[in-house]
Design a protein around this ligand. Structure first.
Ligand SMILES: *[C@@H]1O[C@H](CO)[C@@H](O)[C@H](O)[C@H]1NC(C)=O
Ligand SMILES: *[C@@H]1O[C@H](CO)[C@@H](O)[C@H](O)[C@H]1NC(C)=O
Ligand SMILES: *[C@@H]1O[C@H](CO)[C@@H](O)[C@H](O)[C@H]1NC(C)=O
Ligand SMILES: *[C@@H]1O[C@H](CO)[C@@H](O)[C@H](O)[C@H]1NC(C)=O
Ligand SMILES: *[C@@H]1O[C@H](CO)[C@@H](O)[C@H](O)[C@H]1NC(C)=O
Ligand SMILES: *[C@@H]1O[C@H](CO)[C@@H](O)[C@H](O)[C@H]1NC(C)=O
Ligand SMILES: *[C@@H]1O[C@H](CO)[C@@H](O)[C@H](O)[C@H]1NC(C)=O
Ligand SMILES: *[C@@H]1O[C@H](CO)[C@@H](O)[C@H](O)[C@H]1NC(C)=O
Ligand SMILES: *[C@@H]1O[C@H](CO)[C@@H](O)[C@H](O)[C@H]1NC(C)=O
Ligand SMILES: CC(=O)N[C@H]1CO[C@H](CO)[C@@H](O)[C@@H]1O
Length: 767
C-alpha cells in the first residue's frame, strides 16, 4: 500500500558547484510572461497580443515563418523554396524535394549536400577521406580542417590540437548563443579552452561554451570586488534582468509580485521528484559522498544534516534541506510547518521550502493530492505551463481553452510532444515516452524524465556495443556512485576499494510473517503474482520454486530466501543459499548485497540474522554508521544522538523526519497537517490500486490489516476477498483454494508446518 501523494517530493536542483546550461532544458514558449524574453526565443516563440490587448508568448506555427533561415531552425518545419511547411512525420534528408537551386541546409539544417542528394551528417564521408582543401568542409565528425603542413583533411576534438595561428578564431560551429571565442592562447602559449576567468569585461561575463559540445554551457558571474569573471557556483546571483538571457533561455524569473525585488531565478525544466528516493545525510558512509551532498556536514567521522544557519546566504540549499526553510527577512531557520510560510504561488513556496511546493493563495501547502484537478484549476496557458506537479504534466489544450492533466506522453499532440525534450518523442503521428535506447549517440545518452513515475532515469553509453543503456548504479564506482545517481545511491563503506554502490531508499523491513510457499499456491493466478520466486509448471499443473539460476539480477536474487548473489567462477551469479559466513562485509549494506538474510557482520565477515539471538539486537551496536538503518534481531535500528546509543524503531511516531517516515510505506505515512509520522489505516488510501493491506507494526509486521476497495478503501477480512485479490491483499499470507477463478475461497497458508522467513522490499528496485 504505497500512498504516492504522501511521499515527500523535492525538486532536483543542480547539485554541483557549477551551472551547466543546455538547450535541452529551454523554457517552453508559454512559460514566458514578458515580451522581451519571448522575442529572444524567436523564431521558436513569438509574442501575440489578443483583442483584449493581453499579450502571450506562443509557439510559432511553421506557416507564419517567411524566411528559410527561420523556418529550418524549427524542428518540425521544412522550407520548400516558397514557404515554410509543417511536417507531420520526419522527412529524411534524401527525401527532400525543394526547388532546384536550394541547398539541403536551406531546407533542413541537419541535411548536407545538393538537392536530390541530401545526406544526414552520419551519411557523410569522414573528414580524412577528403583529398582537397575545397572538399574539406564537413564530414561525419562535424567540421573538418585542412592542415597546410601535412596537406591532409582532419578534424579537431580539443583546443590543444588546434594550430596556434587559428586558435583564437577557430569556430567548431556557430549557435545563437555563441560566446564568440571557443579557444584561446594562455600565458604559457598553449591553445586551451576559453573559461569564465578569461573574460575581462562585465558585459561579456555570462557563460562560456564548451568547445566540442555544441549543447553545453557553463554559467559565469562577475565579481565586482576583484573585477574578474569567474565560474558561477549557482544561479543565486542572477537578477530579474539577466536570469533569462544569461542562461540561454533555460531559467526564468519568478517574483513575489510585479513590483517586488524578491524573487528567484528558476529553471524552466524543473520537475518535482520524490525525496523519499534520496539518501539522508545520516545514510552516507563515505566522506566523499557527504562532501558532495550539499545539505550535509562531515563531522567527527560521520555525516550529519547541516545546521540551517549555514544556509542563510544560500537560499536554494536552504529550501532543499528537509530540515530547514527560508523565510524572507529571517533567513534559513529550522523547518516547522508549511502553513508558517507565506507565499501566494508555487514558485514563492518552492523558493522557501521544497517540502511545501504549493499555495492556498496566502500560505504554502504540500502538493495538492489530485494532479488532474490541480491542472484544471490553472486558468491560463502561462499558469498551466508553469505549474509543478509530482508525476504527469499539465498541458494547455488551446482548442478547449483549458488546462489538462496527462500522466504519459501518449496524449500530447505534435507541438507539445516535441517540446517535452528528454521525456517524450514524436514519431509517425504519435507521441511516445523516451527510454535510454532511444538515444542514438553517446552525447545524447544522458537521462530522461519518466512522467508516469515522476522520476529521472539515467542512461549510459555502452562503448563496446555502441548503444545507450539504462544506467546500472550498482556498477558505479566510489567516485561516481553518489553523483551519477543524483544522490539516490551511496558507497557502502569508507574505503574506496571495498564496497559497492547501494540504493538508499531500498530500506528493507524483514518480515516474519508466514508467506505462502510455492507449492501452496494452487490457483495459477496466485503463482503468477509470485513470479519473483515461483513458476507455474503446466505439465504438472503445479506451482514450483524458481531455480536460483533463473534470477539474473542481483535484486531478484537477494530477495529470494533460498538464493544468494555471489561471485562464482569470476562472475557474480545467483546460486542456492549456503551461508553468510565467508562473505566479506563490514556493514549491513554490504552484506545485504549477497542476501537479505545476511544483515549482520562481525566487522569483517557477514553473518546471518537470527531473530532469537539477543546479541544481534540494535542495542549491541556501538557504532553510529553501523547502527543507522541496520536490520537487527529486534528491528530496524536508529541512533539516539542524546544518549549515543542504538535502539530499534517500533512506532511510526518515533520518526520525526519526513523522508525517513517512508521506511515502511505499508505502516506509516507523513501527515502534512500535523507534521508527524503516523500509522496508516485503510481509510487513508485514496486509490483502488493501492488499497491492499497495511502492517500493524513498523518493524516485524506479524500482523496485517487487510483492506478492500468498495467505493472507498475499507477494512476487510479474508471472506471479502476474491481470487483476484486474495494473495495480494493479504501480503502473500493467504491463497485462493482452487485453481478456478470463480470457485473457491481465500484461505490462510499458515497452517503449513514450513516456517518461511520472508523479506519485503518496500520500494521497488530498478537495478
Ligand atoms: C531534418 O533532418 C534530420 C536528419 O536526417 C531529421 O532527423 C529531421 O527529422 C529532419 N527534419 C524534419 C522536419 O523532417
Ligand atoms: C564582448 O565580446 C565581443 C565578442 O567577442 C567583443 O566583440 C566585444 O569587444 C566584447 N566586449 C567587451 C567590452 O570586452
Ligand atoms: C596553459 O595550459 C596548459 C594546458 O592546459 C597548462 O598546463 C598550463 O598550466 C596553462 N598555463 C597557464 C599560465 O595557465
Ligand atoms: C554573488 O553572490 C555572492 C555570494 O552568494 C555574494 O557575495 C556576491 O556579492 C554576489 N555578487 C553580486 C554581484 O550580487
Ligand atoms: C495565475 O497565477 C497567478 C499567480 O499565482 C495568479 O495571480 C493569477 O490569478 C493566475 N491566473 C489565472 C488566470 O489563474
Ligand atoms: C460493499 O459495501 C456494501 C455495504 O457498504 C456491501 O453491501 C457490499 O456487499 C460490499 N461489496 C462487496 C463487493 O463486498
Ligand atoms: C479498521 O481496523 C483497524 C485495526 O485493524 C481499527 O483500528 C479501525 O478502527 C478499523 N476501522 C473501522 C472503520 O472499522
Ligand atoms: C465485507 O463483508 C462484510 C459481510 O459480508 C460486509 O458487511 C462488508 O461491507 C464487506 N466489506 C467490504 C470492504 O466490502
Ligand atoms: C469453475 O467453477 C465453476 C463453478 O463451480 C464451474 O462452473 C466451472 O466449470 C469451473 N471452471 C473450470 C475451468 O473448472
Ligand atoms: C537571440 C538571437 O540572437 N537570435 C538569433 C538566432 O539566430 C537567428 C538566425 O541566425 C537570428 O535571426 C536571430 O536573431
Amino acid at each position: 500500500m504505497k500512498i504516492k501523494i504522501i511521499s515527500l517530493l523535492i525538486l532536483l536542483q543542480i547539485a554541483k558547484s557549477q551551472v551547466v546550461l543546455s538547450f535541452k532544458n529551454s523554457c517552453e514558449c508559454t512559460q514566458i510572461a514578458v515580451d522581451t524574453e519571448c522575442n529572444l526565443l524567436y523564431p521558436y516563440c513569438n509574442w501575440q497580443v489578443n483583442e483584449q490587448n493581453v499579450g502571450s508568448c506562443e509557439t510559432t506555427n511553421c506557416y507564419n515563418l517567411d524566411s528559410s533561415a527561420d523556418c529550418v531552425l524549427l524542428r518540425n518545419c521544412i522550407w520548400n523554396g516558397k514557404q515554410c511547411l509543417s511536417t507531420y512525420s520526419d522527412v529524411q534528408c534524401n527525401q527532400l524535394e525543394g526547388e532546384k537551386d536550394l541547398t539541403c541546409q536551406q531546407q533542413n539544417v541537419s541535411c548536407y549536400g545538393i538537392t536530390g542528394q541530401c545526406l544526414s551528417i552520419s551519411e557523410l564521408p569522414s573528414c580524412k577521406t577528403y583529398q582537397s582543401q575545397i572538399e574539406c568542409t564537413i564530414g561525419q565528425e562535424g567540421k573538418c580542417s585542412w592542415s597546410t603542413t601535412t596537406n591532409q583533411c582532419g578534424f579537431y576534438v580539443t583546443c590543444e590540437q588546434i594550430p596556434l595561428n587559428i586558435c583564437n578564431t577557430y569556430r567548431p560551429y556557430e549557435t545563437n548563443y555563441s560566446q564568440g571565442q571557443y579557444c584561446h592562447i594562455n600565458n604559457s602559449g598553449q591553445c586551451v579552452q576559453m573559461t569564465c576567468s578569461d573574460i575581462t569585461s562585465q558585459i561579456n561575463c555570462t557563460f562560456v561554451q564548451t568547445v566540442f559540445n555544441q549543447d553545453q554551457f557553463y554559467l559565469c558571474q562577475w565579481n565586482s570586488l576583484s573585477k574578474t569573471c569567474e565560474l558561477a557556483p549557482s544561479t543565486s546571483n542572477l537578477t530579474e534582468k539577466n536570469c533569462f538571457s544569461d542562461t540561454i533561455g533555460t531559467y526564468h524569473w519568478i517574483a513575489e509580485n510585479k513590483y517586488a525585488v524578491q524573487g528567484i531565478c528558476f529553471p524552466c525544466s524543473l520537475r518535482i521528484i520524490k525525496q523519499s528516493e534520496l539518501c539522508l545525510c545520516e545514510q552516507l558512509v563515505s566522506q566523499l559522498d557527504c562532501i558532495y551532498a550539499k545539505t550535509c556536514t562531515w563531522q567527527q567521522n560521520k555525516c550529519i544534516t547541516s545546521q540551517c544557519s549555514q544556509f542563510n546566504e544560500q537560499q536554494s540549499l536552504c529550501a532543499q534541506s528537509p530540515a530547514c526553510m527560508y523565510i524572507f527577512g529571517k533567513g534559513c531557520i529550522p523547518f516547522t510547518k508549511c502553513s508558517d510560510i507565506r507565499g501566494n504561488n508555487q514558485f514563492q513556496c518552492i523558493a522557501q521550502s521544497l517540502q511545501c511546493p504549493s499555495s492556498n493563495g496566502q500560505y504554502c501547502t504540500s502538493l495538492p493530492i489530485d494532479s488532474s484537478i490541480f491542472c484544471q484549476q490553472q486558468g491560463n496557458a502561462y499558469n498551466c505551463s508553469n505549474v509543478l506537479i509530482g508525476n504527469g504534466k499539465c498541458y494547455w489544450n488551446s482548442q478547449k481553452n483549458e488546462c489538462q492533466y496527462s500522466s504519459s506522453c501518449y496524449s500530447f499532440n505534435m507541438q507539445d510532444c516535441q517540446k517535452l525534450k528528454h521525456a517524450c518523442y514524436y514519431s509517425g503521428s504519435y507521441c511516445y515516452p523516451i527510454y535510454c535506447s532511444y538515444f542514438s549517440t553517446a552525447s545524447d545518452c544522458t537521462f530522461y524524465f519518466d512522467y508516469y513515475s515522476g522520476s529521472y532515469k539515467y542512461c549510459y553509453w555502452n562503448y563496446q556495443y555502441g548503444y545507450c543503456d539504462d544506467q546500472k548504479p550498482y556498477e558505479l564506482d566510489f567516485q561516481s556512485c553518489y553523483t551519477s545517481t543524483q544522490g539516490k545511491y551511496r558507497w557502502s563503506s569508507q574505503d574506496s576499494k571495498i564496497g559497492a554502490c547501494t540504493q538508499c531508499a531500498a530500506i528493507i523491513v524483514p518480515n516474519k510473517r508466514n508467506w505462502c510457499s510455492c507449492d501452496q499456491l494452487i490457483y495459477q493466478g496466485d503463482c503468477a503474482t509470485a513470479y519473483d520466486s515461483c513458476l507455474w509448471n503446466p505439465e504438472k499443473s503445479q506451482c514450483v520454486p524458481l531455480d536460483c539460476s533463473m534470477l539474473t539480477t542481483r535484486n531478484l536474487c537477494v530477495q529470494n530466501y533460498n538464493c544468494h548473489w555471489i561471485q562464482y567462477q569470476n562472475v557474480m551469479q545467483c546460486l542456492p543459499f549456503t551461508s553468510c559466513d565467508k562473505l566479506p562485509g563490514s556493514n549491513s549494506y554490504m552484506c545485504m548485497l549477497y542476501s537479505q538474510r545476511c544483515t549482520q557482520t562481525d566487522g569483517k565477515y557477514c553473518k546471518e540474522l537470527s531473530y532469537t539471538d539477543i546479541k544481534q539486537k540494535c542495542s549491541s551496536i556501538a557504532d553510529y554508521t553501523n547502527c543507522y538503518l541496520t536490520v537487527a534481531s529486534d528491528g530496524v535500528c536508529r541512533w539516539n544522538t542524546q544518549t549515543q546509543t542504538c535502539y530499534a524503531l517500533s512506532e511510526c511516531s518515533q520518526i520525526t523526519e519526513m523522508s525517513f517516515c517512508g521506511i515502511n510505506n505499508y505502516a506509516c505515512y507523513w501527515n502534512f497537517q500535523t507534521n508527524t509520522c503516523t500509522s496508516l489505516t485503510c481509510s487513508m488510501v485514496t486509490t483502488s490500486s493501492e488499497c491492499t493491506y497495511f502492517d500493524q507494526y513498523i518493524n516485524f509486521g506479524f500482523q496485517i490489516q487487510m483492506c478492500l476497495w468498495n467505493t472507498t478503501c475499507q477494512n476487510a477480512t479474508s471472506t471479502n476477498l476474491t481470487s483476484s485479490n486474495c494473495f495480494t491483499n493479504t501480503a502473500k499470507t493467504y491463497r485462493w483454494s482452487k485453481n478456478n477463478q470463480t470457485d473457491g475461497s481465500c484461505q490462510s497458508c499458515s497452517q503449513s508446518t514450513i516456517f518461511t522467513l520472508g523479506f519485503i522490499i518496500l520500494i521497488s528496485l530498478t537495478q
